[in-house]
Design a protein around this ligand. Structure first.
Ligand code: CP
Length: 305
C-alpha cells in the first residue's frame, strides 16, 4: 500500500508516469469515467479548502467513484476530542482512499501509520502540499513541454507557504533548475530548506526583495499568498500582506513566454488586470489539479484504463 505524504514519496519516474497519465486524461476525461466504479474517497479536511477538497471530489466522481467526508474539524468528531489515529482507523472501514488536510505538520503522516487505506496529504500546516506540487509540475510540463532548464521565481510567503516547500523538494530532482527566492526578510525560505535541499544538491539560487530586479530572468513566476492563518500577530500580517502585487507594469519586465502560476486562493498579490494576460495560467493550473488528482488516485489504487 502506498501513501503520498511528501512529493519525494514518488520517484521522478513515478511522477513522470502520473504527469503523462494526467495529460492523457486531460485529452478526453470521459474515457476514464468508469475506472473507479465502486470505489470511494474520503476527504477529511480539518482546515478550509476550496480547490484541493473539491478537485479531489471532482476527480473521484470523474473516475466513476463516490465521495464522503467532512470539510471542517467542527463538523467531525475531532470537535469531541477524537484523535487523527482513531478517525483514520474508522474511515478505513468506509472508504478505499483518503485525502487529509490538517493544520498540524505531520498529521497525515500519523494517519498513514494507522491506516489500512492509502493516505494522501492534502496540506499539513506550513509543511508540505504534495498534490499541489503534482498540479504545479503538470502545469509546467504541459505548457512548457519539459520541467528542465528553467529559472523559477518563487515570490511572497516563502516561510509559511507549504506549496513552495513541496515544489522546491520536487523541482531539485530535475536538471538545470535555478531559483530566485523573492520575499521580505521576515518571510524568507526556512534555512533548513536552503541548506538541506538547495545547497545539498548544488542547486543555484539567489534571494531578492524586489520582484522587478529578477523578473527578466524568469521562465516561471510562482506567486504565493501571505499565509494569514500561520501568523502569530495580526500587525505583522497587515504590514507584509501587500508587499508584492503583480500588475501589468511588473509583467512588462517579464519574458514573453514566462508563465505566472499561483496555487490560489489569491488575495491581493496578483492584480485582476493580469488575469487576461496569456502568461497568467493560474486558473488553467486549477483545472490541471483535477487531472493530476485523477491520475494520482488511479496510481495509488493500482488501477488503469
Ligand atoms: N491551492 C490550495 O490548496 O487551495 P485550497 O486551500 O482552496 O485547497
Amino acid at each position: 500500500m502506498r501513501h503520498l505524504i511528501s512529493p519525494l514519496d514518488l520517484s521522478v519516474e513515478e511522477t513522470e508516469e502520473i504527469l503523462l497519465l494526467a495529460e492523457d486524461i486531460a485529452k478526453d476525461p470521459t474515457r476514464y469515467s468508469q475506472v473507479c466504479k465502486g470505489k470511494k474517497i474520503a476527504t477529511l479536511f480539518y482546515e478550509p479548502s476550496t480547490r484541493t477538497r473539491l478537485s479531489f471530489e471532482s476527480a473521484m466522481l470523474n473516475l466513476g467513484g463516490n465521495v464522503l467526508g467532512f470539510s471542517s474539524a467542527d463538523s467531525s468528531s475531532a470537535a469531541k476530542g477524537e484523535s487523527v489515529a482513531d478517525t483514520i482507523r474508522v474511515v478505513s472501514c468506509y472508504a478505499d482512499i483518503a485525502a487529509i488536510r490538517h493544520p498540524k505538520e505531520g498529521a497525515p503522516y500519523v494517519a498513514s501509520l494507522h491506516s489500512s487505506i492509502p493516505i494522501i496529504n492534502a496540506g499539513d500546516g506550513g509543511h508540505q502540499h504534495p498534490t499541489q506540487t503534482l498540479t504545479d509540475l503538470l502545469t509546467i510540463h504541459a505548457l512548457k513541454g519539459s520541467i528542465s532548464n528553467l529559472t523559477i521565481g518563487l515570490c511572497g510567503d516563502l516561510k509559511f507557504g507549504r506549496t513552495v516547500h513541496s515544489l522546491i523538494n520536487a523541482l531539485v530532482r530535475y536538471p538545470g533548475i535555478r531559483f530566485a527566492l523573492i520575499s521580505p526578510e521576515e518571510l524568507k525560505l526556512p534555512t533548513y530548506i536552503k541548506t538541506d535541499v538547495l545547497e545539498a544538491k548544488n542547486v543555484p539560487y539567489i534571494e531578492a526583495e524586489v520582484l522587478e530586479d529578477v523578473m527578466p530572468e524568469l521562465d516561471i513566476l510562482y506567486m504565493t499568498r501571505v499565509q494569514k492563518e500561520r501568523f502569530f500577530n495580526e500587525e505583522d500580517y497587515i504590514r507584509l500582506k501587500d508587499r508584492y502585487i503583480l500588475d501589468k507594469v511588473k509583467m512588462s519586465y517579464a519574458k514573453e513566454d514566462m508563465l505566472v502560476l499561483h496555487p490560489l486562493p489569491r488575495v491581493n498579490e496578483i492584480s485582476v488586470e493580469v488575469d487576461d494576460d496569456p502568461r497568467a495560467v493560474y486558473f488553467k493550473q486549477a483545472q490541471f489539479g483535477v487531472y493530476a488528482r485523477m491520475a494520482l488516485i488511479m496510481k495509488l489504487l493500482g488501477l488503469s484504463l
